[in-house]
Design a protein around this ligand. Structure first.
Ligand code: F3S
Length: 406
């Protein structure tokens, strides 16, 4: 790679141990991907949850913090594995709390904004079109690339914080214009879309695309950002989609032909039957077994989604023999409280949890075997993390299962 004088000096340790290590790691990854240079970034979003990073993650972040590392660009962090304010309510094991605490201390010492949210694009870290950023968290990456038109690969743990500290990332993959064009076309013929359809369509797109860039035709022009968030999360978890173009909706598809004059390698028509088939595949639980926990908020619930739950919950309460947990960012919870949405739901028996989620927290300690969710990502990822089976339903179905009339 061709390095600047400053980068060469960093490699010699002139800017401290954390910077030396960070540049070394960026250069090694860059060389492995055939990158010629490091490019500046304007923001980073890193992973910091013990549930996936384990001891190796703690060691690495502490080493950078002790080496004097400081984020040079605005940097947010994905959800934690512990909601510290509710650790007893959610029965989080003591050792889990201690490990996550160490990660939190290291992250804050490094100058990361302690957002603990997988939707940084709604608060604290909002990139602009065409900006190069270095984000981890597959659903956030899909949103940033697709809906905003910023540029990032699915930055892995380790590389994310090194990019934050140096303000640089090796140029390869989605940072390069020629790698952002579509190669597979999805023609969606559904008529009216429900909320669940966006999650399910995402799962279909992700599974069929693999690592190719999908172009989706047929999404209604008035689609909300919440729905695009769910579409991207489903696509990113069912495949390795980091960027999708939605014709007439996402910015790059509005500015030019997303296939850049080439023909799609494959054209796939998505019908209502395809959605039903995918819903059936995602649900793995025996329909005769009892649902023990219902969860919403993957990606973390937005204020609009919280209000929708509030309206559907009028004159209903959570059944005595089931748990109903909702995950959302702290600022969404606070705003919901200020708007009078949270207290009635808590009184009705819903448990809120902030700064974490079902997938990356210690849900395993509850010993559930059957969970219901309205999220394709949660349904696809949680079973392997927590060894349980899933029923996948829309928000109405989840609420009807978890609650009864007052
Ligand atoms: Fe976010 Fe957790 Fe889902 S980090 S996207 S709520 S798995």
């Amino acid at each position: 790679m061709i390095l600047t004088d400053e980068e060469k000096a960093c490699l010699q340790g002139s800017h401290g141990e954390a910077n030396r290590l960070a540049v070394e790691l960026l250069v090694r990854v860059g060389e492995a991907f055939g990158s010629e240079r490091l490019i500046p970034i304007t923001s980073a979003h890193i992973l910091g949850h013990y549930g996936s990073l384990h001891q190796a993650g703690i060691d690495f972040l502490e080493r950078l913090a002790e080496g004097g590392g400081q984020c040079r660009v605005p940097t947010t962090v994905d959800p934690s594995s512990v909601d510290f304010g509710r650790r007893e309510q959610f029965r989080v094991p003591e050792d889990y709390v201690e490990k996550q605490k160490r990660l939190q201390v290291a992250v804050e010492k490094l100058g990361v904004i302690p957002s603990w949210s997988c939707t940084p694009y709604f608060a604290h870290n909002v990139p602009r079109f065409n900006q190069n950023i270095a984000w981890a968290e597959s659903s956030a990456v899909a949103y940033a690339n697709s809906v905003i038109g910023a540029r990032t690969n699915r930055t892995s743990f380790g590389l994310d914080i090194c990019a934050a500290i140096t303000g640089k990332i090796p140029e390869f993959g989605l940072y390069e214009e020629q790698n952002r064009k579509g190669s597979i076309l999805f023609e969606v013929e559904l008529g009216a879309f429900s909320d669940l359809d966006y999650h399910t369509l995402g799962a279909i797109v992700g599974r069929r695309s693999g690592s190719r860039i999908p172009v989706i035709k047929g999404i209604p022009p008035d689609v909300t950002n919440d729905r695009l968030k769910c579409l991207g999360a489903g696509a990113a978890s069912a495949g390795s989609v980091a960027l999708y173009h939605a014709s007439g909706i996402t910015p790059e598809a509005q500015l030019k032909d997303p296939f850049d004059g080439t023909r799609p390698e494959e054209i796939f028509t998505v019908s209502r039957k395809d959605l039903q088939d995918m819903e059936d595949q995602i649900s793995t639980a025996d329909p005769n077994s009892k649902v023990e926990m219902v969860t919403l908020g993957c990606p973390l619930l937005s204020i609009g989604e919280l209000k929708a739950v509030f309206l559907k919950m009028q004159h209903r309460r959570v059944k005595k023999d089931i748990f109903f947990w909702i995950y959302l960012a702290q600022e969404t919870y606070d705003l919901g409280r200020a708007l009078g949405l949270v207290e009635p739901l808590e009184k009705a028996g819903i448990w809120f949890s902030t700064q974490t989620c079902a997938t990356i927290s210690s849900v395993k300690v509850w010993g559930f075997s059957h969970v219901m969710t309205n999220s394709a990502k949660c349904a696809l990822v949680v079973p392997s993390e927590h060894n349980l089976s899933i029923t996948y339903r829309d928000t109405d179905g989840c609420i009807l299962t978890a609650t009864e009339p007052v």
